[in-house]
Design a protein. Sequence first.
Length: 235
Amino acid sequence: MKNIFLTLCSLFLVHISTAQSLEGAWTIVESDGKGYQVEHTLIFTGTYFSEAVFEKPSGKFMGTKGGNYTLNDNGLNLTYEFASEDPGIVGKTETETYSFNNGNLVLGKLSWTKIDDGAPGDLFGAWLISGRKRDGEIQMRDTSGPRKTMKILSGTQFQWIAYNIETQEFLGTGGGIYTTIDGKYTENIKFFSRDDSRVGASLEFNYELKDGNWHHSGFSSKGDPIYEIWSKRNQ
């Protein structure tokens, strides 16, 4: 009877552990000691992740890093594809301990608050730019090369990142909150590494999923017409 009880307890604990998931978006807001707040946003989707750090409320960009991740008995393995502040870690893997406590993600010494679990956004996942429409014709590109533009989306948060795995270069990023309603994809920008003045802007685009690809059209933040195709990364 004792052994049966212990087995049932073990199964119960396993169920609790597996019922909680990294997927979605997490945040930490802390003071920088100078009267400003610094927000960290962490997105996990499939096998990819990104972390962005920016100042509130100005949106001043402070840094980003990310890539792909795996889980095993040792913890969370993070392999970096980009790192704006420390490009030397690109291609390397770090292992972090993690656990869940009262709904928060404890990663190393930090406790992250959950923003969403991947819902309700239709575009949850990690995507690579794979084509554009020019002069009425769609032109596709190979996404297997080292130069990548990735957009990673939780249920409510988005971030795009341009980088080169081979040269370890970070080329730019931006992100914030998004919605997908009635075929309209709307971004509300919270940070943009190339131009802080874009922070607070709201941009609306048309979106459609065709054969698993995300077709994205409208006007850029500069007012230029765009038609982009994004392909989901293998999860």
